[in-house]
Design a protein around this ligand. Sequence first.
Ligand code: CA
Ligand code: CA
Length: 546
Amino acid sequence: MLHWLLLTAISLPALAAVDKTHGVQPHLITKYVVETSGARQTWTCLDGSKQIPWSAVNDDYCDCPDGSDEPGTSACPNGIFYCKNTGHTGATIRSSRVNDGLCEPECCDGSDEAPGVCPDRCKEAGEEYRKKREAEIRLRKTGSKIRASYIAFAHKEKKRLEALIIDLEQEIAMREKEVERLRDIAVHAESLSASELERKKQSPLYQSLLEQHTALKSLQHEYKKHLEREQALGDILDSLRTGYNPNYQDMAVLEAVRGWETLAGLPHINDVRKSEDEGSASGTPQSSKEEDKKDDTDEEFWSAERIERELGKLLKVDHVSLLLEHEKLVGEPSSRSILFDVTSYLPDAFIPTYLTFRENLLSWLELLGIKAGSADPSSGISLASHARQVLSDAEHSLKLTQDELQTAQEDLSDLFDPEGFGAEGEWKKLDSLCLELDTGEYTYEVCLFDEARQKPNKGGASFSLGKFTSWNKLAEPGTPEYYSKQRYTQGAKCWNGPQRSLELILTCGTENVLHAVSEPEKCEYRITGTSPALCLPVDDTKRDEL
Ligand SMILES: [Ca+2]
Ligand SMILES: [Ca+2]
């Protein structure tokens, strides 16, 4: 009897103190309800392995193999205890830490110990947490706005590159055609004699072309002069029109103003002034200018813009090439001397040898006075080499344009590459941006996506800390962790050590700035800093954390 009383005296308070759902995680709370089979009240372990009396739940004795019957005591070694932390955020701890006499920092409500042992600090902790969180959200809001502008920049850059690629492709097609044309001319020029070219140049057609060229050039010159004069006169008349005082009744001035208004298709200045006074904004030029334009587009005549465009092109034409093309088209095989036609029958490999031979022969003939000297550099053999030069220049320009196209195509594919400038292109704006950190002895410079350097402030050699190699390879490309680290490797070699390298660790911040530098391993540097490119929009981060 005494034994029974003693047991009851010890166990009753414990039984009364622990609620059946004490320490149960919120998502499991619906499973902690009593089951009735006949007169018995039972409960089934969460793993389904055992049925136990309902009274055995939270009775401080471990019954279930999975520990699920003791969520609120430390009886089961594998149990998990949940503290509600009302006023802050709930947390879980291992149940071995329940009733061990220590207040767990995770459980600010003190529910892991018997009532009265630990104070409830959840209100202050929650307040502190919310303040921190609000500050972080403010930072992210500002930062993500800047990040959005980076993304907009990438989209603009994409449009620019796409337009550039189209332009370059067109330019390449044009240059390829030009190279083809110049190659034909070069091949042809090599098979043409100097004297023949001289003779062809006497053609009335060619002479007339030269004269037309001079005439066009002079006309263009005069045309430009007149345009400038017209502009200047227009300016003078405009200032007369807007500046004269109608109260003086000077008829000569009025007539000049009226005349100018008719010519330039402007409304009368007095009407404009009146309507401005009345507050309505009429005064747009009348349609007479439009009509002038229509006259210009007469089939026979070019518009002013077209004149400028076509004239420029016409004046750039190389007449010798034109002459050769013309000659090739018309074709005069009979008048060629056999000697100068030989190249057309020779295999390509023999042409250089033959050309040297011909050059020697010609100089001998000149020396002997049999053939007149070819002082004109644009004739004969030198014409051929000139044509070759023009061809190789054109080929070079073509190559440059092709290289430019390749670069533009690569830039475009890097732009939205998760392993390049980010899935949204958010890093493109920061490409080659150089950030500096002065530590007194050294200035550290990191040019993003390029190279990092250590520069001594008191003079001396600066060292490369490495070139950009990759993002955080330990994280999945496209995740925030992936963009939180940049690796710079293959820097200058340390004396008796490895090549220098740098890890740049970035977090969200409203500025692109470096904060601190350390050297955790010899010649392996670590720099921390912030960038708005890492500030995700607030809604996304909330979702991540909840
Ligand atoms: Ca139990
Ligand atoms: Ca404890």
